[in-house]
Design a binder for this molecule. Sequence first.
Ligand code: NAD
Ligand code: DAU
Length: 340
Amino acid sequence: MKLLVTGGLGFIGSNFIRHMLSAHPDCQITNLDKQTYAGNPENLKEFKKNSHYTWVKADILDRKKVDACMSRVEAVVHFAAETHVDRSILDSGDFIRTNVLGTQVLLESAKASGVKRFVHVSTDEVYGSKETGDSREEDVLLPNSPYASSKAASDLLARSYFVTYGFPVIVTRSSNNFGPYQYPEKAIPLLITNALEDKSFPLYGDGLQVRDWLYVLDHAKALDTVLERGVPGEIYNIGGTRSCANVDLVKNILNLMNKSESLIQRIPDRPGHDRRYALNCDRLRALGWKPRASFEDALRQTIGWYKQNKPWWSKIKSGREYRTYYKKQYVREGRLAVRH
Ligand code: NAD
Ligand code: DAU
């Protein structure tokens, strides 16, 4: 299959590409990625000379470059996005440009070139906070952060291309991913890398917010399943194997790392912080997928990966972009700097 992946230098995209090239050796992948702060060519450095993989450095807003990539492919898996909720609270501009307008450019281009399948990678955050029960694909969307709202806009836009034009879009909504190559601004890699250096982890509010955790390779396999067997026009929730409160997750990880719970630094809550996400995944399970990784094993492997790949994350954490972001973040939160 000839596949266009957008955002393949990021966390999930790079894990997905690695999975596809190993599970489908005949697959030909073009990775269209602008290389923002979150896009890292090191994530896929072992494929630099692989004839089945090409990286095109481009913005998804650039219609000409998008068209040039699109003309060669049968299917698209669209990951490219601004993804960090805290950054969207500081400034939502890039979130609207990339997540909403960029998705519109891709949909138009893919429709014009007669792409056979367009998988739009969305998120459980579009449902908003789910105090009890679980979110189903038909539920009303009530996003609460600028990030989640920009994802909801692109998610609905993608669906509308199926309804209006019969263009074969499939939308997936996944829960919180964790695993190797995740940028150390997200909770799990921030906690692990800080703890490895005996630095504290800033825990928002009472820490009782609940997230559903999905190992990134299970997400990659779910997207592979949807590409092969998903029904055009359909939406699929993709959930993980462990739902838990942030404070319990943090204690669990510190415990596995033999680190003291005194590394937990309580800070004021994130504005608009969703209390709980939970997904019903019956529709995807009916296609034969289920998450395989045991949560504890996947967590141990993830901790091991960050231990063994210190140069990967130290380079990011000592970089100017990262330090500038955290300075702004401290000012917004009104707290004194934790050394990252
Ligand atoms: P990430 O932030 O690690 O990577 C995003 C990638 O997109 C980067 O490589 C970046 O360079 C690229 N990109 C950003 N703007 C671009 C643009 N204008 N043009 C081209 N490339 C651009 O993201 P991630 O965590 O891997 O998430 C990937 C997708 O999955 C996103 O759409 C996100 O909303 C969705 N998602 C993420 C999670 C999660 O837990 N991380 C859960 C559910 C859904
Ligand atoms: O649910 C899917 C979403 O998961 C994706 O769509 C997003 O792209 C991804 O970033 C993630 O969003 P969250 O906001 O849930 O993830 P994050 O890792 O930022 O935070 C997880 C939880 O931990 C959340 O309740 C906030 C809390 N947290 C996070 C950070 C970064 C803290 O308490 N302190 C922190 O420093």
